[in-house]
Design a protein around this ligand. Structure first.
Ligand SMILES: Cc1cc2nc3c(=O)[nH]c(=O)nc-3n(C[C@H](O)[C@H](O)[C@H](O)COP(=O)(O)O)c2cc1C
Length: 192
């Protein structure tokens, strides 16, 4: 099979990681793949923040948990928010124990930032797969990008004030084998 297609088909979301950190050269290659994604008008109005410092990851995870718990909304027992709040109350690691987290941020004033960041994140996931590194898109930081607990960390994380978090990517070695090709919907294409 074609090498690129093989890579795309074998990428899987990994939700359990080993403690072992990924090498610097691997992280550099993953970030490079992100930087070389296409972007609307070639604006590249993104910034990637790679966090490998355990303390900073814990601070971010705690702030995220707090913002989830502080979120005031009707708490329907079956809702996704209810499920998230249960996880936020526990010792559960919202980043699945990944040793590296890449926060993908983009300029709020660029109406294509969200799309640009999604594409860059996809590139990074594929590069990670190629290096036998597991990844998982995590959306909670995206949903709480405006939360005061998260905004308070923007300075420390070197995220410009006028930026939003549009994706975050857990990276690390999978604790279990993840390279299983699974079935995906096959009735989603029309060729006319
Ligand atoms: C926009 C987007 C948001 C996602 N958010 C989460 C998330 O918050 N937590 C999570 O565990 N997986 C998340 N995922 C991963 C999906 O659940 C996963 O891609 C899907 O189940 C298909 O599995 P696969 O990635 O192994 O093919 C997200 C993926 C995308 C593209």
């Amino acid at each position: 099979m074609n090498k690129i297609l093989q890579n795309i088909l074998s990428r899987r979301s990994v939700r359990e990681y080993k403690l072992e950190q990924i090498p610097k050269e691997s992280l550099d290659q993953i970030l490079l793949a992100g930087r070389y994604a296409a972007s609307g008008w070639n604006n590249q109005s993104w910034k990637f923040i790679a966090i490998q410092d355990r303390k900073t990851l814990i601070t971010l995870s705690d702030a995220l948990k707090q913002s989830i718990l502080n979120f005031d909304s009707i708490d329907d027992e079956n809702s996704h928010l209810h499920y998230l709040k249960k996880r936020a109350e526990s010792a559960y690691d919202l980043f699945y124990g990944a040793p590296t987290l890449v926060i993908v941020t983009g300029d709020k004033d660029n109406y294509m930032s969200r799309d640009d960041c999604a594409l860059a994140t996809g590139n990074m996931m594929l590069m990670a797969t190629e290096l036998n590194i597991g990844s998982c898109w995590l959306n909670q930081l995206v949903n709480f990008t405006e939360a005061p607990e998260i905004r308070a960390l923007f300075d420390t994380l070197k995220i410009p004030e006028n930026y939003n978090i549009y994706a975050s990517l857990a990276l690390g070695y999978a604790a279990k084998d993840f390279k299983k090709i699974i079935d995906k919907k096959d009735d989603v294409i029309e060729i006319i």
